[in-house]
Design a protein around this ligand. Structure first.
Ligand SMILES: *Cc1c(COP(=O)(O)O)cnc(C)c1O
Length: 372
């Protein structure tokens, strides 16, 4: 048997809506599915404005551009995340100021934020990691107290809630990704959401080269980050089954929890906190220090057994590209460093069935026994 780390589900109205694009000739961002998908996502999370873009990374670039952050500004963010969060800052000379991860939820340690605030701090970027949201209340309190923007990266948390409010509805501006392993996919795609009309207008303009009122005259450096009608057509079909998707993710999580509960040398995801129930966007495990192999070795062995896996993020402070730029010289974040070396995630895609999960769990136990 081979079990892939992720396979998307495309068996709803995806094909029908794509046919509509071809039949009507609407394929660019000016087609009707783009507006429908934007409205669908805005309604899903209860935001006023949504701007569809070409990827989650593009959404983060757009959010930073919309907020008009400037060289010398500082943004507090987790070190344990994808590089897409830091790139838009570094590119324009904004300093990412890092905080370590919480050892249980793997999200940014919100207690570490306040100490990092300086007179240059302009924003906090909260990134929900793997299945549980960041504890947003303290983040929002700090933002109010110090007059900071909040950027919410909810790429991994489409449909998840924090204290019963949708992820993606917090802070000044939020982003989603629609990469194939996200809860809603458009192949490649992303979205920027806000309740602020000025930010929405800037975002919409930034992704379309900042065209001015007089076409082909531009006042600022923009991007072409436009989503196509073809992508949005797939997205519209995907939104229709978001409830099922979340149910399936939680089912996958429950099944792994049962199958692996007696694997004492691996740390399983936290099932719930007082603000959210895990949605297991991916099912992560962390090997105890007592296990005589690291995540790379475990992934290699599982691969040989037909089980697809992927490693955890590597902290921003350990990125070779940022080390060359001497961005985080001498900084250490022990939790993130451990997660990068000891963490991996198991097949977590929507097409996974119970039998495949049993196979995966059996192979995890087998590989662990080899090094006991
Ligand atoms: C996937 C992801 C992104 C990047 O999205 P892309 O669409 O792959 O560019 C950004 N942030 C987080 C937290 C993600 O998981």
């Amino acid at each position: 048997m081979r079990v892939f780390v992720n396979e998307p589900r495309l068996d709803g109205n995806e094909k029908k809506y794509l046919d509509e694009c071809i039949d009507t000739g609407w394929i660019s961002f000016e087609g009707p599915f783009v507006k429908r998908f934007e409205k669908g996502m805005a309604d899903l999370v209860g935001r006023k404005y949504a701007v569809a873009v070409s990827s989650g990374s593009a959404a983060l670039e757009t959010a930073v551009l919309a907020l008009e952050l400037k060289k010398g500004d500082e943004v507090i963010m987790p070190t344990f995340t994808i590089i897409s969060c830091a790139l838009p800052l570094v590119r324009i000379g904004v300093k990412p100021v890092l905080v370590d991860a919480d050892p249980d939820t793997w999200n940014m340690d919100v207690d570490a934020i306040e100490k990092k605030i300086t007179k240059n701090t302009k924003a906090i970027m909260a990134v929900h990691i793997y299945g549980l949201p960041v504890d947003m209340e303290p983040v929002l309190d700090l933002a109010r107290k110090y007059g900071l923007y909040v950027i919410e990266d909810a790429a991994e948390m489409i449909g998840q809630t924090y204290r019963e409010k949708p992820c993606g509805s917090f802070g000044d501006i939020s982003v989603f990704s629609f990469y194939p392993n996200k809860h809603i996919t458009t192949g490649e795609g992303g979205m920027v959401l806000t309740d602020n009309e000025r930010l929405a207008k800037r975002a919409r303009s930034a992704i379309n080269l900042f065209f001015g009122p007089k076409r082909y005259l531009h006042e600022e450096l923009g991007y072409n980050f436009r989503m196509t009608n073809l992508q949005a057509a797939v997205g519209c079909a995907q939104i229709e089954r978001i409830d099922d998707t979340l149910k399936k993710k939680r089912h996958i999580g429950r099944v792994y929890n049962e199958l692996l509960h007696n694997a004492e040398v691996v740390r399983l995801p936290v099932v719930k906190t007082d603000y959210a129930e895990n949605v297991y966007w991916v099912y992560g495990i962390v090997l105890d220090d007592s296990v005589g192999m690291d995540a790379d070795k475990m992934m290699q062995r599982l691969g040989e057994e037909g089980v697809g896996t992927r490693g955890f993020f590597w902290g921003m402070h350990e990125q070779p590209v940022f080390q060359k730029m001497r961005l985080f010289d001498g900084e250490q974040y022990p939790i993130a460093e451990k997660l990068a070396r000891r963490g991996l995630y198991l097949p977590s895609g929507l097409t996974l069935d119970d039998r495949e999960q049993e196979y995966v769990a059996e192979k995890v136990q087998k590989v662990l026994r080899e090094v006991q």
